[in-house]
Every structure is written in C-alpha cells, then in structure tokens.
Design a protein around this ligand. Sequence first.
Ligand code: 3PG
Length: 407
Amino acid sequence: MKALTLDDFDLRGKTIYLRVDMNSPMDPRTMEISSTRRIEEVAPTLDDMRESKVVLASHQGRVGNSDYTGMDQHAATLERVLGRPVKYVEDVIGSAARDAIRGMQNGDILLLDNLRLCAEENYEFSTADAANTIMVRRLAGLFDLCVLDSFPSAHRAHPSIVGFPQSIPACVGRMAEREVRNLDEIVTVAKAPHVVVLGGAKVPDRIESIRMLIHNGRADSILLTGIIGNVFMRAQRRIRYPLGIRNEDEIVGTAHDLLGEYPDVFFTPVDVAVESNGERLELDVRNLNSGDLIYDIGAKTVDHYSRIIASAGTAFISGPAGYFEKEGYEVGTRRLLEAVAGSMATTIVSGGHLTSALKRYGLDTHINHISTAGGALVRYLAGVKLPMIRALEDAAARRAGPQVPPA
Ligand code: 3PG
C-alpha cells in the first residue's frame, strides 16, 4: 500500500478526523456489545494523537438490523479501555456535532454517533460523488487531517471512507497499516493448497468474492458452513425449502453457477444440527424436514473438513459455522477453529465472531494472523483493490504532486 502514515504528519494541535470500525457484535437478547475487540483496536492509533483533538467516527450495524444502535456503549467501553475521557455526541453532521468539534481542546477525544444515521453513509459512491456529499461538505472544513483506520470496512465506498481524503490530507492509521503489512507478508509466503472455510451470515459479501478467490489462486478448496453453506445446499437441491434470506433466488442462482463452473472446489455439509424439543439433533442433510432451522454443522462434516484443513498449505477461515452464540451449537465453530489452529498451514482467522471465539477457546496464540475484518479481508485476499486503500493511495499521490519527467 503506497499510503502516507502518521509518521508523515506533525499531529500536535491538529483536529483529526479518525475513521475507525467499532462495529461490534451485539447480543440480540440484551443489546449489549458481546465482543469489545474492535473497540480495543482503536487504542494504538489514539496513542499517537495525545496532543491532538481527535474526532472518532464509526458505524454500528445496518439500518433495519437488530445490531443497529447508537454509539453510547462504544464511548463508555473506549473510555474504560483507554483510561481517558471520551466525549460522545448524539449527532453526526448537525450543529450539535459541529459545535462539539469546534469546542475541543488538545488531548480531547470525541465520538460521533453512528455514521449510518446519516442517509448518505448507507450508499456506495464513486470517489468524486463521495466528496460532494453533505457529510463531507459539512465536516471536512473542521479537520486538518483525515486518518483512515477502519480496515474491516475498507471494502465500502462510503463517504466517511472515500469522501474525506479528497478534501483534506489523509493517511492510514496504525491498525490498518499493521493489518495490511502483515497480510502482505503472509500472502508472499502462502503455500498451496489454499483451503478456505467460509461461513457466517453475510452471504452477498462472501459470494461476490468467491470467484476472485478462485481466479487468483487463493482458494483450491472452499469448505462451506453457516448460511452460505445452506445457500449452496439449496443450489444443489439438497435443501428443498426456502431459507428465508433476502434476494434468495438470485443468490442461490449465483451459487448454482459457481458449482457448475468449479465442481471440484466446493464442499458442503453432509450433516447438520437442528433443534428438536429444545435439544441439539444431528441429521443427515437428506433427512431435513421442510422449515428445519439449521444451527450448526454436524460431526461427520466437522471430521471431513478437519481432514482437508490438515492437508492445507494455507488455511483461511471466515465466519462461524452456525449459531455459535446459542448454547449447544458452538461445536462446529470450535472444532473447525481447533483444526485450523492445530494444522501445519499458514493460518488466517477473520471476522469479529471468530476472533472472539478463538480467544474464548484459548486458541489465539496458535494462529498466524487474526483479524477482526470479515468481508474486507476476504476481498483483500481475493486481490481486490479496496476503496479505502485506493482513497489513501490517491491522497498520497496528490500530496506528492505531479511527477516531473527527467530532462
Ligand atoms: C464488517 O463488520 O464487516 C464491517 O464493519 C462492515 O460492516 P457492513 O458489512 O455492515 O458494511
């Protein structure tokens, strides 16, 4: 990545816009943050900004989803993590936010409310249009520097990410800088066969990246679990009832095409766990009944996948194998993580859920690279130039000015 870093700027006395990704898993029963890891990751970058006025900006969840909340818990958690006061304003671009920014002193940290309260932040923009959003026009003039440190959302061309770097100087934060450096080192030494274990719920994100992962030699075998596994089983007609996910027909159609194009790459579960009379019940996929809710993969699938992982040169796992927060249904996720941790492969674990699960099972010291990023990491490994990285590189090129050809 050819981006400027914090070392290229004198940060003292500056008002800094710091885009972080504190989007955290929320316990649906209590609406409390269930893993604070992404909030903790903000600390190293803030350490370099002790003599600046730092305005933190992040999203949390998506409009319409149960994890869509304000940022008050994040402010309180960050304050605890840092042991320093963190002010919080329930506003993003209005006069309350702008007045709070103008009133800051050196050493202050202010967290804005959920960026997605601002309608524009829910859309992808071309770079030029992002700079012309009301968000960027209202806020950019208040900042001396834009620092992008939100690697987990680096794949989103949102104004908070690609808009500001066009209006004010911009550089990468410590977390994203370290993440990209580590990933680049790993990618250089990564050996075949590349085994990718894909699960989780963000199916459109994953499905878009699969073709590129295969094309760019990053996926020799793809072991599917979670909702994406169910989608592929629907495409294989092994699940014969609707799953009830958004744009299901289209997504199942894409899965069907991929299975036809790459028949030897994909593996889907042979058995799954459903709930029967409040108990975990493992079933052969052929014996599923219409409407059965699949909460985990079964033991035969775990054994099969674990054998494939054991033969990997590089093992990349992203997304849980099922509803692992629910008691009794964490088995598949835990055992696949154990297989990855116990393998001789170069190992990468991706996403907020799996990073907290790794820690819970005491496996985190056995992994080469652990990242709270999910979709962004899958795309990065697939070889996609992420919008955040492009924005940072463009900003660095603009600052370097036009290159004068030698006389
Ligand atoms: C993530 O958790 O993958 C990032 O925070 C991006 O969130 P999003 O998928 O809701 O854009």
